[in-house]
Design a protein around this ligand. Sequence first.
Ligand SMILES: Cc1ncc(COP(=O)(O)O)c(C=O)c1O
Length: 376
Amino acid sequence: MSHIHPKTTPIYQTSVFTFDDLNALEQYFEQPGQSYMYTRYSNPNTDELAEQVNKLEGGAGAVVTSSGMSAILAAVLAVCKAGDHVLCAEEIYGGSSALLTKELTRIGIEVTLVPTDSMYKLQPYVQPNTRLLLVETMSNPLLQVFDIGRLAQETKQHQIRLVVDNTFATPVITKPLALGADIVMHSVTKYLSGHSDVTAGVIVCQQQEDLQRVKQVMMVYGLNLSPFEGWLAARGLKTLRLRMRQHSSNALAVANYLQAHAKVEKVWYPGLEEHPHFELARAQGHGMFGGMLSFRIQDDKEAVNRFMRGLQQIPFASSLAGVATSISYPLGTSHRSLSHEQREKMDITAGVIRLSVGIEEPEEIIADIEQALAQV
Ligand SMILES: Cc1ncc(COP(=O)(O)O)c(C=O)c1O
């Protein structure tokens, strides 16, 4: 069938590949990437996704995984063993901090959460066994923006790796490896795939040594992605640049609208001049600030309920980054497991609503929010 030349990659929905003879088998081991053996090791669809994300992030290579969580797991296990120590930004996705503090600690990996105001002064937190710092380019849900270049200087000085979760920013806005990060990972579930129909993750490495370790962990722990999900994500990725522009300009319009609304007490969006990291976000994001924002109405769950019920077009969904706008409630979802003190410290109170701004016409999004706020 060598005369068939599909314009897009077909779906290789197979768990295993065949070899003609033992010579072909030897070739598989001698020339990695030229042929395939078993989908848990590699598959053309997941390879395509890895190559495309690697190109966007500018790394030495990438490995895709079954979820964003397994991407974080693979990144940490690639670098750490029992007895090692990991630093993690305190303001981070609740699932990431749960994975580190509740699970990896059980297998002997020590974890310290670093408060936001200490992120550029790691000295008091670094130990002889510290291996890495995990941080998000833009934090979830309050959109604190971290200066990746400064963090990289700091981690290099302490000879630990900088691992950046670039899920919220995407490489369209920020490329952490070019700013000195060692490993970048994503929940591909979010912007990279973009259509709320895939659960996947990816790890991009700057160093071959890390890449080989991540591949090994992915294979032997069985963290691989399925061919169909790889295909869907690679398809979504083709429009990433266009989507991010529209997500960003829509979110800026919505943030400006919310900021001027009498019932809105506070808006967190790095594209607003009042945001403490506006200048950094502008420089690091090439003038785009992403599609995520959070805002606070009165700190009353019933008021939040009235707002949610009032929305006609925008659903409540505990994920983000799809083409359609959705809202979420950090206190009830991503940050549910935090203690009362942690939530108060992080300013995630009862009235905080997170908005994942989609790519609809901005007037449509604002009109729905307007009529729902009128019911609060
Ligand atoms: C910033 C960030 N990192 C990682 C994850 C985990 O990704 P997944 O849900 O694809 O496992 C999430 C999920 O919400 C996230 O928001």
